[in-house]
Design a protein around this ligand. Sequence first.
Ligand SMILES: Cc1cc2nc3c(=O)[nH]c(=O)nc-3n(C[C@H](O)[C@H](O)[C@H](O)COP(=O)(O)OP(=O)(O)OC[C@H]3O[C@@H](n4cnc5c(N)ncnc54)[C@H](O)[C@@H]3O)c2cc1C
Length: 535
Amino acid sequence: MSEQRGRRSFWTWGWQSDEPSQAEREEMAQQLSANYGREVKAPPIPLIDDIELRDPRLKVPDTLAEIVTCDKTERIIHTYGGHFLELNRALKGDFAEPPDAVAYPANETELESVLDWCDSHSFAVIPYGGGTTVVNGVSIPATVSGAVTIDLERLNQVLEVDEISLAARIQAGIFGPDLESALRPQGFTLRHFPQSFPWSTLGGWIVTRSGGHYATNHTHIDDFVESMRMLTPSGWWESRRLPGSGAGPSPDRMIMGSEGTLGIVTEAWMRIQRRPTFRASAGVLFPSFESAYTACRHIAQAKLWPANLRLLDPSEASRAAGLDGKQALLIIGFESAEVPQGNFIQEAVKIAREYQGLIADEDIRTSDGSGETTGREGAVGNWRSSFIGVNAGLTNGLGVVGDTFETAITWDRWPEFDAVVREEVTKVLNEVFNGAGTLSCRFTHVYTDGPAPYYTFSGLSTPGGEAEQWQAIKDAASEAVIKAGGTITHHHSVGRMHRKGWSEQRPALFEAALKGAKKQLDPNGILNPGVLFDS
Ligand SMILES: Cc1cc2nc3c(=O)[nH]c(=O)nc-3n(C[C@H](O)[C@H](O)[C@H](O)COP(=O)(O)OP(=O)(O)OC[C@H]3O[C@@H](n4cnc5c(N)ncnc54)[C@H](O)[C@@H]3O)c2cc1C
């Protein structure tokens, strides 16, 4: 069905063309064996023909035969999202809970027909964008007796561009690169680049409140949404295009973060921008993490609004940017379509130097509006390549337990928060990996009142022990984050994975209010059951 860009991989992020070869996986297994002093093997990738799948528990009516399929490959491809444990299960050929059918509506009328059919039979409906959820957002709950995944990839057009207000009407199933390609000829960009940009969709970004390119100011997709249109089992929901409004609670804010539980977003008016041509950047080294985050706070609070303000702790700077393991790296970047950025970077560097930041004048890069890209050499270039070149397939199924958790905390509590999280997580990492696990941190986004730290942990599991070991670390991390006053997620969303943490941080009455809204919009509770809360 996916004629536009070839088949989605069923065991790694993205397309089949993104899959590493078995030879590359075996080379990675050898590297891991050398690093950990233990034999690591790369099991073969299962063939789709060899995977056992239960029969569909529903029959597609003839009227929907062009839109809905029970094809085995489609059901396999749509069984999992992008969390490494899901991909590990796929590699083992474990597809115990596939969708019974997959729908590809090409327009709103077809979407209405599919949703009506599901609602009248109480089939669970799983909206599916790019399937890059890392919180089990597209899994099929074992409790349902029939499930239809609705893949939005055929709703993939930029429908209108308003060059006066700088906004575009865009369909929800469009993938990041296609969205940017459609805006580029007119000189525009959305400038929302999550790390999963190549494989994720506008609709997925909106309902998960995705965090993107901008490290300050416009951090979440929320800031770019002008209005949206959504289909619910109770009818259509469409908000009015407005630059701002104080008319009661915002209908858009209710949908952002709803993760497919209240309706299926079909399109949105998004705020766009002219493509930047003026750029300035600097990679500043610091003798300690503490001096670096202090500088970072002062730069954020100076309200210079750099597009990039990524801070890597010494461990992360060593792994991702090739530094010596002692220094922290702060990557600062400014960009604009209208205004030269040289003065801004000079101000930011001045602040960084006040807090022990080291950078030579000649390493501060600016470009003059010609569109030329600068500042991608050295440590900054290394970091950029490792950020963009992220690839799950190489280590999947090799026993690596590698994951991230991300949060946000106010500056007054930050140093203590970091100490508590590191202590609690390191304790479990040491138990699980006998002292051979790693934990590092970077700031993905920075606010005037606090950072959004993003922790990465990794280690080699005992054979077959990945799920249990990951759970022990994840539980320790989640408990520490909530206990120390952070949020269970800054941008990866709640899904089915973060429900406990979310229930502990939100007001109890908020859940009741949300469930009331769900009852109104989705009376039979068919939309993404088990995501956010029990429905
Ligand atoms: C390698 C990698 C890097 C990542 N980097 C980032 C990052 O930098 N920033 C970030 O925020 N996240 C990141 N993520 C997480 C993920 O990419 C985001 O949550 C993203 O917004 C999901 O978009 P998607 O189109 O893949 O949605 P999916 O994974 O398909 O779905 C996510 C959720 O949204 C629902 N949904 C999808 N489309 C619709 C729709 N049109 N209407 C209603 N519900 C819908 C689904 O049911 C599901 O609950 C990353 C994930 C991976 C694997």
